[in-house]
Unconditional design. Structure first.
Length: 259
């Protein structure tokens, strides 16, 4: 490969100094037709009489503005969580989102979306870390990391690995929906939970949920969110069953049944 010679005095011998290649510009001269009389052939009479007053080359015209101001306000991107537009119809919080391009995996392989949803909906253990920006849900041998801002799955780890890197100071909580769900999708900060299974089913039906019974556990699904589900006990024994079900629905579907 040919090497460019260094700019030494010997290498630059015989070349024209850059200062001599600069064309002087007479900024005091006026272009033809700007306040002076013109001859029949269109030349400036004053310039013809005095060649020293010959104007410099005309400056190039400025390109016309392609977009007039004020420019239209751009619409928020589809994946945006918050928007300052008052007419933005998207409710908050948002349903659980599983995008393979966002998920970082460590120590696991072959985990399907149903296992991920089940771990988030009904975890055996849960904690929040990363200064409160994400929540971790453990069920069996997998731990699912969910970004709190947009309820998107961003991590999938084996339980031994997740426990080994879990910070010493963390916030343990099985009901992370109160923190992760944000404001109510109904526009309020609802605090009243249904007090009975019957009342819970009525609220779910009013919100458009479909309850499919099963031998031990049924399923709660929603036609607007295919692929997402929440297990539903056919014969609940825990008195906190309704509160637990409301938290599950908020975590997975982003819909708050509190009033």
């Amino acid at each position: 490969m040919a090497r460019t010679p260094r700019p030494t005095p010997a290498a630059l011998a015989g070349s024209t100094p850059p200062a001599q290649r600069v064309r002087p510009v007479d900024w005091s001269a006026r272009p033809a037709g700007a306040g002076s009389a013109e001859g029949a052939d269109g030349e400036d009479v004053a310039a013809a009489a005095d060649p020293s007053r010959s104007p410099s080359a005309p400056l190039p015209r400025r390109r016309a503005r392609t977009v007039e101001l004020p420019r239209p306000e751009p619409a928020p991107p589809a994946e945006a969580v918050h928007s300052l537009r008052a007419d933005d119809p998207r409710p908050l919080p948002r349903p659980l989102r599983i995008d393979e391009g966002l998920v970082r995996t460590v120590g696991v392989d072959g985990v399907d979306s149903e296992q991920i949803v089940l771990a988030v909906a009904d975890p055996e253990d849960a904690w929040t870390a990363d200064a409160g920006t994400s929540d971790h849900f453990r069920r069996g041998g997998i731990v699912v990391q969910v970004r709190r801002a947009d309820n998107a799955v961003i991590g999938l780890f084996s339980t031994p690995y997740a426990l080994s890197v879990r910070p010493e100071e963390y916030e343990p909580a099985l009901d992370l929906a109160d923190l992760a769900a944000g404001r109510s999708a109904r526009g309020g900060t609802g605090t009243r939970h249904p007090t009975s299974r019957r009342e819970l089913i009525v609220r779910m039906q009013e919100a458009g949920f479909v309850v499919t019974p099963g031998s031990g556990h049924g399923r709660v699904t929603h036609p607007d969110h295919p692929g997402l589900f929440v297990p539903f006990a056919s014969t609940p024994s825990d008195r906190r069953f309704t509160r637990h079900a409301v938290a599950q629905i908020r975590r997975v579907f982003g819909i708050d049944l509190r009033r």
